[in-house]
Design a protein around this ligand. Sequence first.
Ligand code: AMP
Length: 319
Amino acid sequence: MSILVVGSVALDTVETPFARAEETLGGAASYFTTAASLYNQVNLVAIVGSDFPEEHLDFWRKRPVNLAGLQIQEGSTFRWVARYHLDMNARDTLDTQLGVYAGFHPVIPDEYSRSSLLFLANIQPELQVEVLEQVPKPRLTVLDTMELWIMTAHAQLTEVIKRVDILLMSEEEIRQYTNCPSIVTGVRQLLNMGLKYVVVKQGSYGALLFGADGTFFSAPTYPLEEVIDPTGAGDAFAGGFLGYLSLIEPQPDGSYAVDEIKRAVVHGNIVGSFVCEDFSIERLRTLTMDDIAERYQALVMCSHFDPNWRTASGYLDEM
Ligand code: AMP
């Protein structure tokens, strides 16, 4: 089961309170592609300029990544500059240069048409709509976005949300989009738009899963001692999430069992945690399924608690 992704491929310059990395491989689709290709075949749709370093393409060519939908156009690659605060859950965007993205229209190659999973990574919502119009209904469609589009393209974003199955949003983005101080109320508003699930990304605090069927699941965070660069954690989360699901047999009606969706959220958390251990996609280059499995077990251990308890006065609560 291959995964189709459309989103940004960029050259990022990122500064943290401790270090700076110039013009490294970035972009939502880059993080997603590198993460998800650990699990399965990824079909990439994006655009880069003629200045995009060939070494990045060579890296993807060595993995199960199809680049037939990557347009290479005369001009500059998308560039993004950001600076993180001491609390690295917060950052400021210092500069965004769209470059060749300014005139981009995604074209889905015929060979991608059998992709069963679709990830609409962070990009202008009208381009996400263009992708939805070109693909026959995939088994599962997952959407990511960012504050910029919530503020500047609210109506188009609403159109996309109504057409997908799962929405990934940070807590702050949910407040911005719904205007609700309560995440639970905001998520309910989103689920009422027809979504099957909403995943609330909470940065270094983990992720929450809400389902239209009433599901609620809190995925633990992996306690990272040192965060080098959290850029792309959300996109790597999506890569782990969809990568895991791409290896799972859906139920006879084509949907995924809720327990599989929960496991997928844990995979997302784990791959997202690894990406923070270095700049750009560096940590993902060497990441193995054994590394993921080890962290999965660590999360199981740290989030398990005894359902039976007893107080000194003799109050008993047993399952
Ligand atoms: P994340 O840390 O998951 O929010 O993703 C950060 C990535 O998003 C960076 O690698 C940027 O290149 C990319 N990015 C930043 N701004 C935009 C934008 N306006 N459109 C698409 N991608 C962007």
